[in-house]
Design a binder for this molecule. Structure first.
Ligand SMILES: Cc1cc2nc3c(=O)[nH]c(=O)nc-3n(C[C@H](O)[C@H](O)[C@H](O)COP(=O)(O)OP(=O)(O)OC[C@H]3O[C@@H](n4cnc5c(N)ncnc54)[C@H](O)[C@@H]3O)c2cc1C
Length: 479
């Protein structure tokens, strides 16, 4: 029987994972990546002996990664060594308070009893809310699109739906469970994992801190890019054709169905199905239609990478230096569409501690290429260093040997994501959080969507879940 052909547009995590899954299912697959390297936002940068991850620095839900490799007939552990983080992070606040968010419950409870004894019960209640959301999501949202008919098992999972606090505003839920201003700021941070503001997101996102605490946060020995390298090796082993510098100009259709793609080089590839891993907002353009814009886009990042002459002493692998006024910071980003005056700064110092990944949230809905000029970059850098100074970081500027900066404008150009927004639509309000672009294109038969800008959403594990959903949907629909 003639093998059927799939073209995947984009070699990000979602494109590679869906390519590998389809290859294992017997499809002839070609993955076309516009850029010079695979991995998309999960990427790497090297100079003068220093190597940095430029995107993710923490992963959760390790079983999703194992399942992805297993579906392609491989063992995740043969490619990637996960390193559990403990503490998960050190938090530093504007008033000088600092503490570790320990991964072991006894350690964390000791800290809680010291810093906010009245919030111990609130912590467990908040985690319970997240746990119930997880039980529902794991059986439903993480496995299929809300547009598919639920199975009996999924209906049964609905008994976990938290009726109280689960459907209100995220920040209000945090304020209900915690009295300590430090814990309120800490647990408000989690919607930023999907590029959103705690002041506008639904409380259902309490599933994120629960997942991180219950199942752990992980780094990867040798850097997170090992996950991309592993997937590339597995996909190649299955005969998947992987092409870089292969930007797709358009999806070709006939009688309302996809029949192939045309690259910007003019080359044409025929296909029975086309899987779009690029930003879902760009699919209409690929189909020759006027693009339908997302109502509001998730945040971007202002990332600086520093290779130091000597390791920075006394810092944890993950540190967050919180701004003095979290509400104002998100108002600057989402209401005023500008880089905050006082950004919260996240520092990742993997391994020996001589390579630093320093990130602050930035708007992902501006005309990034005009906003991020030289003066804006210099000013953002000054604000980041000021926050690090206030957070008690030693001044390491004279020890910088190599450095690189990733602005929203650079993210936009490198990964073809409008505004440099990292997660597509934001998760503000119930509709944005749960009715994300479907994995099946409703206009053109044979076109599918995979990745963080589609269902179930952004972040590495959910991207891999979307690849599982797409591969299953293709298996069911394209017989
Ligand atoms: C700075 C930063 C920090 C992050 N931190 C974390 C973290 O700690 N933990 C976590 O889980 N997640 C994190 N993320 C998010 C995570 O990296 C993304 O959710 C995930 O990698 C997205 O994968 P994807 O497959 O959806 O898409 P992308 O990575 O966006 O890949 C899409 C690919 O499609 C290509 N493409 C687009 N259009 C075309 C076309 N026409 N032709 C050919 N190719 C095309 C693009 O070039 C791109 O390579 C972070 C991201 C960034 C940028």
């Amino acid at each position: 029987m003639k093998r059927r052909r799939a073209v995947v547009i984009g070699g990000g995590l979602g494109g590679l994972a869906s390519g590998a899954r389809l290859g294992a299912a017997g499809w002839d697959v070609t993955v076309c990546e516009a850029g010079p390297k695979f991995g998309g936002k999960m990427n790497t940068w090297s100079k003068d002996g220093f190597t940095f991850d430029t995107g993710p620095s923490l992963i959760t839900m390790p079983w999703v990664f194992r399942d992805t490799f297993a579906a392609a007939g491989a063992r995740f552990e043969d490619h990637v060594e996960l390193l559990p983080l403990d503490p998960i992070c050190e938090y530093r606040f504007d008033d000088g308070t600092r503490f570790d968010y320990g991964a072991q419950l006894p350690d964390w409870l000791a800290t809680l009893r010291r810093i906010a004894p009245g919030d111990v019960e609130g912590f467990f209640d908040f985690m319970n809310l997240g746990a119930r959301m997880f039980e529902v999501s794991e059986a439903t949202f993480f496995r299929r699109s809300p547009f598919e008919r639920p199975s009996p098992g999924e209906w049964r999972a609905m008994r976990h739906v938290p009726l109280r606090r689960g459907w209100g505003n995220y920040r209000k839920a945090v304020d209900h469970f915690f009295q300590s201003p430090h814990l309120r700021q800490l647990f408000s941070r989690y919607p930023t994992y999907v590029g959103s503001s705690p002041y506008s997101s639904p409380a259902t996102l309490a599933v994120i801190p629960y997942i991180e605490y219950a199942f752990g946060g992980y780094a990867v020995s040798g850097g997170l890019y090992k996950i991309v390298e592993g997937l590339v090796a597995v996909a190649r082993g299955l005969g998947v054709e992987l092409r870089t510098n292969a930007k797709v100009a358009c999806i070709e259709t006939k009688n309302g169905a996809a029949v192939g793609v045309e690259l910007v080089s003019g080359e044409r590839l025929t296909a029975d199905v086309v899987v779009v891993n690029g930003d879902a907002e760009c699919t209409d353009s690929l189909l020759g239609k006027a693009p339908r814009k997302f109502r509001s886009r998730s945040m971007s990042g202002f990332v600086q990478l520093f290779g130091l002459r000597k390791p920075l002493a006394g810092i944890r692998e993950h540190t967050v230096c919180f701004s003095s006024d979290y509400k104002r910071e998100f108002a600057h980003i989402f209401d005023e569409h500008r880089f905050p005056d006082d950004p919260t700064v996240y520092v990742n110092a993997p391994g020996a501690g001589d390579t630093l990944f320093v990130m602050a949230n930035a708007p992902g809905d501006t005309d990034a290429s005009t906003v991020w000029n030289t003066a804006a970059v210099a000013e953002a850098r000054r604000r980041v260093f000021e926050r690090l100074r206030l957070g008690g970081f030693p001044d390491f500027q004279s020890d910088i040997m190599v450095e690189d900066v990733w602005t929203p404008a650079r993210l936009e150009t490198a990964y073809l994501t409008p505004g440099g927004s990292i997660y597509g639509s934001d998760s503000h309000g119930w509709r944005n959080a749960f009715l994300r672009p479907s994995n099946v294109n409703s206009d053109v038969r044979g076109v599918y969507h995979v990745g963080g800008t589609t269902h179930p959403g952004g972040g590495t594990p959910t991207v891999l879940m979307s690849a599982a959903i797409v591969a299953r949907q293709i298996g069911e629909r394209e017989r």
